[in-house]
Design a protein around this ligand. Structure first.
Ligand SMILES: *[C@@H]1O[C@H](CO)[C@@H](O)[C@H](O)[C@H]1NC(C)=O
Ligand SMILES: *[C@@H]1O[C@H](CO)[C@@H](O)[C@H](O)[C@H]1NC(C)=O
Ligand SMILES: *[C@@H]1O[C@H](CO)[C@@H](O)[C@H](O)[C@H]1NC(C)=O
Ligand SMILES: *[C@@H]1O[C@H](CO)[C@@H](O)[C@H](O)[C@H]1NC(C)=O
Ligand SMILES: *[C@@H]1O[C@H](CO)[C@@H](O)[C@H](O)[C@H]1NC(C)=O
Length: 408
């Protein structure tokens, strides 16, 4: 089936006794992966290193994804406050026919229950039933302390594009009070993009829904054999790559990836462009009668321990201004507002309808679950959002997926 070229918006229940929760699922067939993010709300005060360890990611990756200054003294031991919202970078794989992140394991502690782990520790990014199924737990009332449970996390790739432009997808758990327009405004996207990506018939979301939010991003375009060829950096944030030697940023002025030697660089292979005295990130500009002669030394990927560099020269109408970096923030100590996209968020992005006017599709028309705008869907159709209300999200997904397989 032409999976990965289309997707469905599944509706299912978080708990039989609560309202139905929805989650966007992206079917996939090839065992590739992409970089994605999940939106996580801290359930207690945690050190930077503890949050990173919870998701088994590099603390530096956690910091840079949220544009937090890695040069802050002892930043890894900095305590982040309860209820802080963070974007967690995850590797999004293809597992059992759908996109999910399967690299997080959680070691159970005394008095843990599956619903505590799902709803509290992982802030409803996963359901108790999904953890149960992923780990073949027959009796959830008996959890062995110290057992490493696989925590499948929601994620989507959608070819890392949105409307043919580079995008990183954030799996966002809707909170009470959220609106589609508010979420769109907060993440520099539009309501209609969110609706299209999630195949929503109307711009309505409920607390507990998990939607895919496309974040505008800078894509790398490194060769496939580069270790970091998937590198993609969301607007307003940073990434560290090449064994911590190279730091790349995206925005705010344009969406061209800009890489320099990182401040962490200790023992790194040469970052000088061959045949010049320029190093990564250096740009020289020489006004000439024909225009501005711009020479730049750019990062080309990490291959077998070597930092690839590219020297390029071009004649441009005007000399470029010096590079602007996305602003960094100090690690938060209080929750005043979310660390959102862009460290100096526009006033009240969430309140009062936001700045982006939603342009909902025809009211009442249930849009067919559509086709990922960027995925070049090829002749696949499906039958509108499927509504069911069984007792378990995960069972639903599998059930629906099988059903859809039969239908397609
Ligand atoms: C080249 O880049 C390095 C490190 O980013 C910087 O220290 C140096 O001043 C730059 N040189 C030029 C000529 O831009
Ligand atoms: C542009 O600058 C580069 C390096 O500074 C130099 O090698 C090249 O000859 C210049 N090209 C022109 C057209 O001035
Ligand atoms: C990577 O480096 C190792 C050791 O230097 C070498 O044996 C291997 O062929 C290299 N691989 C590639 C793809 O360059
Ligand atoms: C990138 O972010 C900056 C500020 O954070 C914003 O002004 C700009 O519009 C964003 N660019 C895109 C393409 O979303
Ligand atoms: C996926 O994205 C790449 C660019 O990143 C683009 O060239 C390609 O056409 C896209 N594929 C589909 C199926 O949209």
């Amino acid at each position: 089936m032409p999976s990965s070229t289309f997707f469905f918006f599944f509706l299912f229940s978080l708990f039989p006794y609560l309202s139905i929760c929805k989650s966007t699922i992206e079917p996939c067939s090839v065992s590739d992966s992409c970089n994605a993010m999940v939106g996580y709300t801290l359930y207690t005060d945690l050190k930077v290193a503890e949050v990173a360890s919870l998701f088994q990611i590099d603390p530096i990756a956690l910091l840079t994804a949220n544009a937090i200054d890695i040069a802050f003294p002892d930043v890894e031991n900095h305590i982040l406050p309860t209820r802080l919202f963070l974007k967690i970078p995850v590797l999004c794989s293809c597992s059992e026919g759908i996109r999910k992140s399967v690299s997080t394991h959680y070691k159970t502690r005394p008095s843990d229950t599956l619903s505590y782990i799902a709803d509290t520790v992982f802030s409803s990014l996963v359901s108790a039933d999904q953890i149960r199924n992923a780990n073949g737990i027959s009796d959830p009332s008996v959890l062995d302390v110290g057992r490493a449970l696989l925590i499948p996390l929601p994620c989507t790739c959608f070819n890392s594009t949105d409307n043919s432009l580079p995008a990183v997808y954030l799996s966002y758990v809707v909170r009470s009070g959220d609106t589609v327009a508010g979420i769109a405004a907060q993440y520099s996207t539009t309501s209609s993009d969110i609706m299209t990506v999630n195949a929503m018939g109307s711009p309505t979301v409920k607390a507990g829904d998990i939607i895919a939010v496309p974040l505008p991003a800078c894509a790398s375009g490194f060769p496939r054999y580069a270790y970091d060829h998937r590198l993609i950096v969301a607007n307003g944030s940073y990434a560290i790559t090449a064994s911590h030697c190279v730091q790349c940023s995206c925005g705010p002025g344009n969406l061209n990836l800009y890489c320099t030697p990182s401040s962490l660089a200790v023992s790194c292979s040469s970052m000088q462009c061959r045949g010049s005295n320029l190093i990564l990130g250096n740009v020289t500009a020489q006004p000439t009668s024909a225009g501005c002669n711009v020479t730049s030394c750019t990062y080309g990927g990490y291959v077998n321990g070597t930092i690839l560099t590219t020297l390029s020269t071009s004649l441009q109408p005007r000399c470029p201004a010096s590079h602007q970096f996305p602003p960094l923030i100090a690690p938060p100590t209080v929750v005043s507002r979310d660390i959102s996209f862009g460290p100096s968020p526009a006033p009240s992005p969430l309140e009062g309808g936001g700045t982006t006017t939603p342009k909902p599709s025809t009211p009442g028309a249930v849009t067919l679950p559509g086709l990922a705008p960027a995925n070049g869907p090829s002749g696949s159709t499906s039958d509108g959002p499927l509504l069911v209300n069984p007792s378990s999200c995960n069972v639903n997904v599998l059930f629906l997926f099988l059903l859809v397989r039969l239908l397609v």
